[in-house]
Design a protein around this ligand. Structure first.
Ligand code: ZN
Length: 343
C-alpha cells in the first residue's frame, strides 16, 4: 500500500509501506478520507512547529475515516462497517490515564507526531491497523469526509469542556480557521446564546457566519472592531482563542468581562501579555490540548445530525495530488478544511 511520507519541508512523497499485521482486538481499515490539519501543514511548510522537528521520515495525518476490511479476534466489528478513527492512543496505565486525563498520557502515541522519537507514524495511508477502541461507527448519513472531521471537532469539544458551562453565555472566538469555526459549532451546541467571531480573512468569516456565528469582525479591515464590546468592562463571558496570535489574544482583553474565561487553543509559541490586566480583571487563562473521550461525542453528534460540519469542507483531492492539496489547505483566502481521498 501507499502512504504520504514527509522527509523535509516541502518534500512529501507517495511511498510504498508494508501493511502491518492484524492482531487480536484490532481492525484493518481501508482509509478513505483524511483531513489536512494545521500541524500537517507545519510539518510540510517548516518541518515542524515550536521545538518539534522532523528527525526521520514520517507518515503524516491523524484525521481519518474509512471502512473495515478485516477484524482481529474478539473485536466487536464487522468487515464493511464505516468508521472514524481516533488518533488518540494513550497507554491506559500511567498516572494521568488512570486519572482520566488521557490527553496528558506519559506514553501517548498520537498519529503523525514528531513529538517523540522514533516518531509516531501517521494515518495518511491506504490501509491502517487500529485498536478496536479507536474505531467509532459512522451512520450512513455521515460521509467519509464528515467522519474525518470528528478529530478536529473533538478538539473543539474539549475546548468547550475546558470552558465550563456555556449555557446562556456570550462567547468570542478569535481566529476562524477550521478549529475556530468548529469551536463556534461546539459552543452553540453547548448553549452559548451570543457568539462573535474575529479573523483577518473574508472567506473564513463567511464560513464563521455559515456555521452559526451571530456577528463577525474583520480585524484586518477594522482593527478596533471589538471596541464596541468594551462597555462596562467588557461584554464576553468566554474567549476561545484559536489563532495563536498574540495580537488576537491581547486585543480581546478589553472586550472580556471581569472573571472572564480564556481558553487558549491556538499554538503561538512565545507571547508577551499584560499580566496586570489578567490580575485586575481576574481572568482565568486555560489551555486546551487535543482530547480523548470527546471523540466518541463528536461522532455521536455527527451521526445524529446535531452538528453540521459540511460548510467547512472546502475540497477533496487525491493523495497523489498532495502538493496541490497542501497548497490549497494553506490558503485561507479560499479554503477551510481540505481532505485527501485515499482510494
Ligand atoms: Zn498513559
Amino acid at each position: 500500500m501507499e502512504a504520504l511520507v514527509i522527509h523535509a519541508p516541502g518534500d512529501l512523497r507517495v511511498e510504498d509501506v508494508p501493511t502491518p499485521e492484524l492482531g487480536p482486538g484490532q481492525l484493518q481499515v481501508r482509509v478513505r478520507c483524511g483531513g489536512i490539519c494545521g500541524s500537517d501543514l507545519h510539518y510540510y511548510q517548516h518541518g515542524g512547529f515550536g521545538t518539534v522537528r522532523i528527525q526521520e521520515p514520517m507518515v503524516l495525518g491523524h484525521e481519518v475515516a474509512g471502512v473495515i476490511e478485516a477484524v482481529g479476534a474478539g473485536a466487536p466489528f464487522k468487515a464493511g462497517e464505516r468508521v472514524a478513527i481516533s488518533p488518540s492512543r494513550p497507554c491506559g496505565v500511567c498516572r494521568y490515564c488512570q486519572q482520566g486525563l488521557q490527553n496528558h498520557c506519559l506514553d501517548m502515541r498520537y498519529y503523525g507526531s514528531a513529538m517523540r522519537n522514533p516518531h509516531v507514524q501517521g494515518a495518511f495511508r491506504q490501509q491502517i491497523v487500529v485498536e478496536q477502541w479507536q474505531a467509532h461507527r459512522l451512520a450512513d448519513s455521515v460521509s467519509d469526509g464528515e467522519g474525518s472531521m470528528a478529530e478536529p471537532l473533538s478538539v473543539a469539544l474539549h475546548a468547550v469542556r475546558r470552558a465550563g458551562s456555556l449555557l446562556g453565555k456570550s462567547v468570542l472566538v478569535t481566529g476562524c480557521g477550521p478549529i475556530g469555526a468548529l469551536a463556534i459549532i461546539a459552543a452553540r451546541r453547548a448553549g452559548a446564546t451570543h457568539i462573535v467571531a474575529t479573523d483577518v480573512g473574508a472567506h473564513t468569516l463567511g464560513k464563521a457566519l455559515k456555521v452559526g456565528a451571530d456577528e463577525v469582525v474583520n480585524v484586518a479591515e477594522e482593527p478596533d472592531g471589538l471596541a464596541r464590546f468594551g462597555a462596562e468592562k467588557g461584554r464576553f463571558d468566554v474567549l476561545f482563542e484559536a489563532s495563536g496570535n498574540e495580537r488576537a489574544l491581547r486585543g480581546a482583553f478589553d472586550a472580556l468581562r471581569p472573571r472572564g474565561i480564556i481558553v487558549q487553543l491556538g499554538l503561538g509559541g512565545e507571547m508577551t501579555l499584560p499580566i496586570n490586566t489578567i490580575v485586575a480583571k481576574e481572568f482565568d487563562l486555560r489551555g486546551a490540548f487535543r482530547f480523548h473521550e470527546e471523540f466518541a461525542v463528536a461522532v455521536e453528534l455527527l451521526n445524529k445530525g446535531l452538528v453540521d460540519v459540511k460548510p467547512l469542507i472546502s475540497a477533496t483531492l487525491s493523495y497523489r495530488d498532495s502538493a496541490r492539496a497542501f497548497a490549497l489547505a494553506a490558503d485561507r483566502s479560499q479554503a477551510m478544511k481540505v481532505l485527501l481521498n485515499f482510494d
